[in-house]
Each structure stands twice: as C-alpha cells, then as structure tokens.
Design a protein around this ligand. Structure first.
Ligand SMILES: Cc1cc2nc3c(=O)[nH]c(=O)nc-3n(C[C@H](O)[C@H](O)[C@H](O)COP(=O)(O)O)c2cc1C
Length: 202
C-alpha cells in the first residue's frame, strides 16, 4: 500500500514538507553576499543546493521567497558558497535567523571572515572550502528563485586534502534533512562503476 498525494489537491505548504523530508540528505551552501553599498556582509544557509554543471563549473541554490542573499546576488552579481562542516553547525544555524537586511550575519553572529580572491563578498574563514561565484542566471519558479553561479575560483584548505583531493572524513559535511533535522556523514562505502560488456555472441 502507498499513500498518494497530488499537488493539486493538498495544501501548498504540504509539498514543501513532503519534498524536504524525502529529498535527503541535502548539502548546505553557506552563501555569503555583500550589499550593493558594500557595507553589509550577509551569510545564510541554503540546502536547495547542487552542482548544475562541471564544464563550465556552475552551482545553484534556491531562494524560497525573496531574501537578502537573493537581493544581494541580483544587485551585485556575486556570491560565495562556503562549505558547511559539522563543527560549525551552531554558527550556520545562527545565520539562518531572519536578521533585517542592514544587519549582516557575519557581524550579528560573530563569524570571522577572510577576503575572497576574485570577488567582493567575504568568505567564512573557518570553512574549509569556498566557491567564488559570479551570477550566471536566475530562474523564477513560483515563489522561488533558482540562482545559478559560475564558479570563478575555488579555494580549498590544505588540511582537508589527501593526495591533492578533498577527503570526505576531513571535510565532515553537514546536511539538511526534513523539518529541523540535520545529519552528518554516515558510513562511506566505495563501489566502482561497472563498464558495459557486450553479451557474448551465440
Ligand atoms: C540548514 C538550513 C537550510 C536552509 N535552506 C534554505 C534554502 O535552501 N532556501 C531558502 O530560501 N532558505 C533556506 N533556509 C532558510 C534561510 O537560511 C533563512 O531564511 C535566512 O534567514 C535567509 O537569510 P537572508 O535573508 O540573509 O538571505 C535554510 C535554513 C537552514 C537552517
């Protein structure tokens, strides 16, 4: 037996809860932006986040509604995706508070910043990876806006690299589940891709 849900016949908020409970775990983009006057450094987690393309390198996050991060990206064309590691859960969560636009989360929460290499918005100093992005395009979908960012620079802290590659056990990513749930990395398993083999003739 299955329980069936049709978007047309349930409360609109229902599908938010359903989708965020079943599309799991979601990586978290800790997005830093700068106000157009350059004075306010904004920081907010976004778990509607993924890679859009590797060639060219493009990532995307979705603003559900119009928020400060989205406005700043639209106004300045720049944002940084800071990696969200397990030890920073409390700080990441604190930056999800709905501060007014003139109150930047870096200052309000006390997050140490460092300059970006290519862009004006700062990076989170304690985050091991920063993807510096310029706005590629946006896509409106109902009350949400998908933001595509071209990665113009990636900065990875040396101590999370093993043989020149980011190591999952050193990165310790956080993920978002449904409701107020978060998760950490579980057991890591490896499985090599199986090349296709023509069936033997006859
Ligand atoms: C783990 C986590 C993930 C979140 N993911 C999203 C998301 O994908 N999209 C979104 O619009 N809000 C998301 N939020 C809520 C925003 O972070 C929150 O509304 C924040 O205040 C937006 O800040 P801003 O107005 O400075 O952009 C998330 C919150 C948390 C704690």
């Amino acid at each position: 037996m299955r329980v069936d849900y049709s978007p047309a016949s349930v409360d609109p908020g229902f599908f938010y809860h359903l989708l965020t409970a079943v599309v799991v775990p979601r990586p978290i983009a800790w997005v830093s932006t700068l106000s157009p006057d350059g004075r306010t450094a904004n920081l907010a987690p976004h778990s509607f986040f993924t890679v859009s393309s590797a060639r060219p390198p493009v990532v995307q996050f979705t603003s559900v509604g119009r928020k400060d991060s989205l406005r700043n990206v639209e106004d300045t064309g720049e944002f940084v995706v800071n990696f969200a590691p397990e030890p920073l859960l409390a700080q990441i969560n604190a930056t999800a508070t709905d501060f007014p636009r003139h109150e930047g989360e870096f200052d309000a929460v006390g997050i140490e910043r460092e300059p970006s290499l290519r862009l004006k918005p700062p990076r989170v100093a304690a985050s091991p990876v920063a993807l510096e992005c310029t706005l590629h395009s946006t896509l409106r979908l109902g009350d949400s806006t998908v933001v595509f960012g071209q990665v113009v620079h990636a900065a990875v802290r040396e101590d999370v690299l093993v043989d020149g590659r980011p190591d999952i056990t050193l990165l310790r990513p956080l993920a978002r589940l449904g409701g107020n749930e978060w998760s950490t990395i579980g057991k890591v398993r490896k499985a090599a891709r199986i090349p296709y083999r023509e069936p033997a003739a006859g």
